[in-house]
Design a protein around this ligand. Sequence first.
Ligand code: HSE
Length: 435
Amino acid sequence: MDPIRVGICGFGTVGSGTFRVLERNRADIAARVGRDVIVTHIGARRDNPRCSTGDTRVSRDLFEVVRDPDVDIVVELIGGCDTARSLVLEAIAAGKHVITANKALIAQHGNEIFAAASARGVSVAFEAAVGGGIPIIKAIREGLAANHIEWVAGIINGTGNYILSEMRERGRSFAAALAEAQALGYAEADPTFDVEGIDAAHKLAILASLAFGIPLQFDRIYCEGISGLSSEDIAYAEELGYRIKHLGICRRTPTGIELRVHPTLIPDDRLIANVNGVMNAILVRGDAVGPTLYYGPGAGSEPTASAVVADIVDVARTLTADPEHRVPHLAFQADRLSSEPVLPIESVRTSYYLRVTVLDQPGVLWRIAQILSDAGISIEALIQKEAPEDQDTATMILLTSVTEERRMIDAIRAIEAQDATRGPVRRIRMEKLDG
Ligand code: HSE
């Protein structure tokens, strides 16, 4: 049988890793697919000094790969949205299957791309877009297909997890831990996407669609990063038996779907609380299976290539299958997607960590407890730090019961309006993740 011909657009960290893995494991891959898989064309805007392309054709113009009749599958690994979207849509229009690691592209343009692919009868695969080398897309889309999925919570940005781990383990400030992540090449020179939660929100949009059968809705995700976290809060959380992790959470509720990315206190005895450094982990709760946890490297050259090549194998195996017999892009058939609403953050229900700085006076704690009690919020744990001798303020840390976010917003306003309160109340959401 003729070999399957692959074109790779983008020859940076992931593109070169994909090329290397396809070359090195060629015999295994051919045995799995039933046909040889060869790279016939690479689109690289510049040379990659760390990887030889051998005799493979190389073009500076990425669109030459898409237009090459000797390419059956286009692998898009350039990142960004504009050129990537044009490349992918042109490849689909030309009847080629597409594989991408581009979470921003899928989160923001996936609905359009999947509609175009279905109309043309081709596949778009994106395993590497979430969790790097962890096969989480396949797990949710196929392995958990029996389940009504209740919630998903994941550490889905390795850079952010590295920074939080450094802050906790070494007492570093956010700025120092970020500088270290940049020096090690984990964080981008412009780390906004990683530290402000945007990268995690792209990935959560994809996970939520697969889990709940809803269209991709990146714009509706509540997104808060880790740049406002202090090592003080991480230490107080630890004292109370919690770790602070940056989580992407999606949850079904009777009134709609919660979609949120934010720092979260979780009990320190949960497996996911002990995922450190640049590793990713995703907890998925299905009604039949219960809680399941997927762990592994969320980035890196060959870990990400592992997911890209798995997609190549998957697509190659289905080349002769009728399009309607392929696994649907978003796990559910495109004409059976749900219109369940996404809830605004004010309607989310969770519990909270509050850090309040107050004048060290009699009755202050009583007034704060009264405000929370009037809002129907119970205090589950409390620590108060003695005021240092040269200061007249004290720090109170409170853990609350579950409440609706809008009630907590009102209660925080009332606490901040007290004469004895100094500065804003620090609020971090809290989840038990106990299944
Ligand atoms: N920037 C991402 C992270 C890696 O730090 O997890 C690729 O998704």
